[in-house]
Design a protein around this ligand. Structure first.
Ligand code: NAD
Length: 496
C-alpha cells in the first residue's frame, strides 16, 4: 500500500473536542468523552465530548434565547450575508473538511475533493433563498365588508437536527441551510461515528457574525443526546436523517409537544436495465449506483433488475467491473472504495453476505472481508455482486448499507414496475434504456422520491430529494424544503 497522500489536518490537534452551546465551547456536563475511530486503520482519531440530557437542555435554552433575541432582528439580507460568509470560509477550509470526512468515515479522499463545487453551490443556494421566501396576497370573497388578506411565512422556531455518518458534511448543510435562511435556530446532533467536520463547520460559523446560540452543536450518542433532543418540550421541529428504526423512535418521542418532524430514512432502491442499453455506459453506471461511498448511501441502487435477454452478460460485466475497483485506505490517491464506517457496520454487512449465500444467491464477485496486508486492521469489504437473487430473499428486501448489489431477472416492463415497487421503501430508483417511452412510463410508475434515467444519484441544490413510503417525508434541497421550517400565518384586515 502507498503512503497516505496528506498531512494530518490541523483541526486534529490532539485536544478533546467540546460542545458549542450559546456561542461558547464547553465540556459535557457529565465530563464524559468518547472516541471516534479511523475505519481505514482502526486507530483512535479524536476524543469528543459526550453530551447528554443536561447539555441538550442548555443548548435548547440558548437556541430559544437567540430565537427570541438578537436573531429576530436579522433581516433576510443579513441572513444571506451569514451564509455567503460561511461559503467563503468553507471554500478556504475545504481541504480540512475533505480530510476529516475521509479519516472519520472512510470516504475516499479523491471523491471528497470532487464534492467542493456541490457543497459550495448548496450553501450559496440557501443564501439566495434567504431573500426569496415570502407569503402571498390572496383575493377573498368574505361577506360583510371589504378585507385585505395576505399570508406571512414565519420561522417555525427551535429546530433539532439529527444526522447520520454517511455524508457528514452535506447532511449538516442540508439542515443548517434552511435553518439560517428562514431565521430558525438549531441544536445539531451529529452521528457519533462522524462528528468532526460538523465541529469544524460550527467553528467557522462562529466567525461569520452569527449571534450566540443560533446554532449549537452537541456531540454524543443517539440514545442519550439524540433521544433528549427528540423529546425536549421546547423544540419545535426535528429534522432527522437516519434509519427507519430511529425515525420511528423520534416520532414517538416527539408527541409530547407535537413537534413538526421531517424524516429522511433508508432505502432499497431499484435500478432497472433494459436490453437496448448502451452497456459501456450502463455497466459502470449501475455498479457505481450501488458501490459509491462503499454502498453507504441511502438511495444506493441495490436491487439491480436486468432484462432477461442480457442478464448473464450484463451481470458478468458488472462483476468484472467491480473487481477492477481499488479498495483501500481512504487517504490513498488510487482508492475508489474506502472502508465500511465501523466494526458494527462491518459485522452487519458480513452477516448479509452469509444470509445471501444461505438463501441460495450466487456470488459473482467479492463476498468476503479483505484482511490482506495493509487492510487487516481496517473494515474492508469489496464490491459484491449477488446473482440469481429472488424477490423474497432478505438480501433483496432489507437495507444492507454496504457494497452489496442483488441482481434480479425481469422480462416485461409492467412486471418490473410492480416488482420494483413491492418494497416498504421509496427513496431512489434508476432506469437504463434508449427507449424514451419506457423511460417516461417508469418515471411515472416508480413509487420513489427520485427517478434517475441513464444516470444515477444526480443531485442539485434546486432539485428536491426525499422519500415515499417508509423512506420518510419532507424534502432536502429545492423550494419544497423551506415550508418544513416555516409557519404560515393568515392576516385579515377590514378596510371598509
Ligand atoms: P441511525 O438511525 O442509527 O442514526 C442516525 C442519527 O440518529 C445519529 O446521529 C444517531 O446518534 C441518532 N440516534 C440514534 N438513536 C436515536 C434515538 N433513539 N433518538 C434520537 N436520535 C438517535 O442511522 P445511521 O446508522 O447513522 O445511518 C444509516 C441510516 O441512515 C441508513 O438507514 C440510511 O439509509 C439512512 N440515511 C438516509 C438518508 C436520506 O437522506 N434519506 C441519508 C443518509 C442516511
Amino acid at each position: 500500500m502507498n503512503a497516505p497522500i496528506v498531512q494530518p489536518p490541523a483541526f486534529l490537534d490532539g485536544r478533546p473536542k467540546k460542545l458549542l452551546i450559546g456561542g461558547k465551547w464547553v465540556e459535557a456536563a457529565s465530563g464524559k468523552t468518547f472516541n471516534t475511530i479511523n475505519p481505514s486503520t482502526g486507530n483512535v482519531l479524536a476524543e469528543l465530548a459526550q453530551g447528554g440530557t443536561e447539555d441538550i437542555d442548555r443548548a435548547v435554552k440558548a437556541a430559544r434565547a437567540a430565537f427570541e433575541g438578537p436573531w429576530r432582528k436579522f433581516k433576510p439580507h443579513d441572513r444571506q450575508e451569514i451564509l455567503l460568509k460561511l461559503a467563503d470560509l468553507v471554500d478556504r477550509h475545504f481541504d480540512q473538511f475533505t480530510l476529516l470526512d475521509a479519516l472519520e468515515m472512510g470516504e475516499p479522499i479523491t471523491r471528497r475533493r470532487n464534492a467542493r463545487r456541490r457543497v459550495l453551490g448548496l450553501i450559496r443556494y440557501y443564501a439566495g433563498m434567504a431573500t426569496n421566501l415570502h407569503g402571498e396576497t390572496v383575493e377573498n370573497s368574505a361577506p360583510g365588508g371589504d378585507f385585505v388578506t395576505y399570508t406571512l411565512k414565519e420561522p417555525v422556531g427551535v429546530v433539532g437536527a439529527i444526522v447520520p455518518w454517511n455524508g457528514p458534511m452535506v447532511s449538516w448543510i442540508w439542515k443548517l441551510g434552511p435553518v439560517l435562511a428562514t431565521g430558525c435556530t438549531a441544536i445539531y446532533k451529529p452521528s457519533e461515528e462522524a462528528s468532526l467536520s460538523a465541529l469544524l463547520l460550527a467553528d467557522l460559523l462562529t466567525q461569520t457574525g452569527l449571534p450566540e446560540g443560533v446554532v449549537n452543536i452537541v456531540t454524543g450518542h443517539g440514545h442519550e443526546a439524540g433521544a433528549a433532543l427528540a423529546a425536549h418540550p421546547d423544540v419545535d421541529k426535528i429534522a432527522f436523517t437516519g434509519s427507519v428504526e430511529t425515525g420511528q423512535k423520534i416520532l414517538q418521542a416527539s408527541i409530547g409537544n407535537l413537534k413538526r418532524v421531517t424524516l429522511e430514512l433508508g432505502g432499497k432502491s431499484p435500478d432497472i436495465v433494459f436490453a437496448d442499453v448502451d452497456m459501456d455506459l450502463a455497466v459502470p453506471g449501475a455498479a457505481m449506483a450501488c458501490f459509491g461511498n462503499t454502498g453507504q448511501v441511502c438511495s444506493a441502487g441495490t436491487r439491480l433488475f436486468v432484462e432477461d435477454k442480457i442478464y448473464d452478460e450484463f451481470t458478468e460485466r458488472v462483476a468484472a467491473f467491480s473487481r477492477t475497483l481499488n479498495v483501500g485506505d481512504a487517504l490513498e490517491a488510487e482508492t475508489q472504495i474506502g472502508p465500511i464506517v465501523s466494526q458494527k457496520q462491518l459485522d452487519r454487512v458480513s452477516r448479509y453476505l452469509d444470509i445471501g449465500r444461505d438463501e441460495g444467491a450466487r456470488v459473482l464477485s467479492g463476498g468476503a472481508r479483505l484482511t490482506d496486508e495493509g487492510r487487516a486492521d481496517g473494515y474492508f469489504i469489496p464490491p459484491t455482486v449477488f446473482g440469481d437473487v429472488q424477490d423474497e430473499m432478505r438480501i433483496a428486501r432489507e437495507e444492507i448499507f454496504g457494497p452489496v448489489v442483488s441482481t434480479l431477472r425481469f422480462s416485461d416492463i409492467e412486471e418490473v414496475a410492480k416488482r420494483a415497487n413491492r418494497t416498504s421503501f421509496g427513496l431512489g430508483s434508476g432506469v437504463w434504456t434508449r427507449d424514451v417511452g419506457k423511460a417516461h412510463y417508469l418515471a411515472k410508475a416508480l413509487r420513489a422520491g427520485s427517478v434517475w434515467i441513464n444516470c444515477y444519484q444526480m443531485m442539485d441544490p434546486a432539485m428536491p430529494f426525499g422519500g415515499y413510503k417508509m423512506s420518510g417525508y419532507g424534502r432536502e434541497s429545492g423550494t419544497a424544503q423551506f415550508d418544513d421550517y416555516l409557519n404560515v400565518k393568515s392576516v385579515w384586515i377590514r378596510t371598509a
